[in-house]
Design a protein around this ligand. Sequence first.
Ligand SMILES: Cc1ncc(COP(=O)(O)O)c(C=O)c1O
Length: 474
Amino acid sequence: MSQMQNEMPECEHQAPAYTGPSYEQILETRKTHLTPNLQAHFKKPLVIHAGRKQWLYDHEGRRYLDMFGGIVTVSVGHCHPKVNQALSEQTAKLWHTTNIYMHPKIHEYAERLVAKFPGDLKAVCFVNSGSEANDLAMLMARLHTGNQDILTFRNAYHGMSPYTMGLTAHSTWRYPLPGVNNGILHVMNPDPYQGVWGGAACRDSPVQTTRNCNCGPNDCQAGVQYYNELEQTFKYSLPRGKVAAMFAESIQGVGGTVQYPKGYLKRAAALVRANGGLFVADEVQTGFGRTGEHFWGFQAHDYTPDIVTMAKGIGNGFPLAAVVTTKEIAASLGMALHFNTYGGNPMASAVGIAVLDVIEEEQLQRNSLEVGTYFLNCLAELQQRYELIGDVRGKGLMIGVELVSDRETRAPLAAPHVLEIWEACKDMGVLYGRGGLHGNVLRIKPPMCVNRADVKFAVDVLGRAIENSLGKQF
Ligand SMILES: Cc1ncc(COP(=O)(O)O)c(C=O)c1O
């Protein structure tokens, strides 16, 4: 066990001893029987068999601080007792009927969930994954508007189903098949750090880019330029006044925690509506209080979407997702029969209610703000020490650290060097995620119950991993 593992914050929970198949057997089954697309992280992949709060345990009894939350999914903490209890009480009563019968939980949950939304966003359709939610949002937007074209940002991730793969704009996540684009256009990503425009006042974050500008805090020229660029798409690439929708993550997740310039989304939404379309906020990663200041990421952009899609944190790991929209837009689904076997089943609804309860009772949104801001400030200090930290960004517990080989050109740090740092953090007991097209952004999106001691430990580990990597040949 490394020295840093001994310095880990205390945890009173004792994980049960591992009793499953051997490490070798797991590797063999994986190689022989699981599809090769299942790529495990790390040179020696981890077998994780237990979790509690912000902690994960491997088969050899090692404890890890989980800074990635099952890819931004474990919102209230691993195996939260209240969520466990809600699920176990429900499984003792009723698992499943489909919605051909009315069961109480989905109604109770729908009331609770829509109460979290402003304006006319009061109709909910439950599904099981983020891709399904975005599929449904595409379908609704096209049916409701009668238009076909949909816009997303380059660097966006909205899912991997055949329909949403077109929305996702990373070459690494797209199969070479005809029809994937299916009326979808990818517009310039308004990325104030890597994009053509950006400065020192663009972001709604405690930490700004290292780029210069003369903008005041509420006057972002980069935002205006990116908006002008978006207008060109409407002028040149779309039929006049005929767009179905534009999708935007409120902060890009898989793309590496990219934030847009302040004011951009609000203006983009107005432009889309003026052209007959709907604006869809993908809150799969940014919802449920993660960004701290607001319950939904779109609220920080000062606009109300027409459709909101959500997954991941909504169920703390239970397969649950939803689309929330207005009654009028939802009514478009009535043109044909629409059905989803599991969507909002009694177990999923019981979990969803318990997750909302825990977020409220444990004030996890406030914790995201306080601990996330502390985290961002600690990382900004680390950035002062190490040139290879090109950018620190994010809001609440939705954080990105972009590793570069050159601060001026912002070129990505060589992949082997990134991997060395990332693996070293794991060896010292901290699991970070990675993202961005080049995989050079550390993604930090832990369960929202983390505390300052965890942050201090995680930042110390990262500092040590960077320090130890310096001077090595890659
Ligand atoms: C922003 C966003 N939207 C949609 C999805 C797709 O969700 P799922 O993997 O549950 O289909 C993801 C998954 O990472 C995501 O990050």
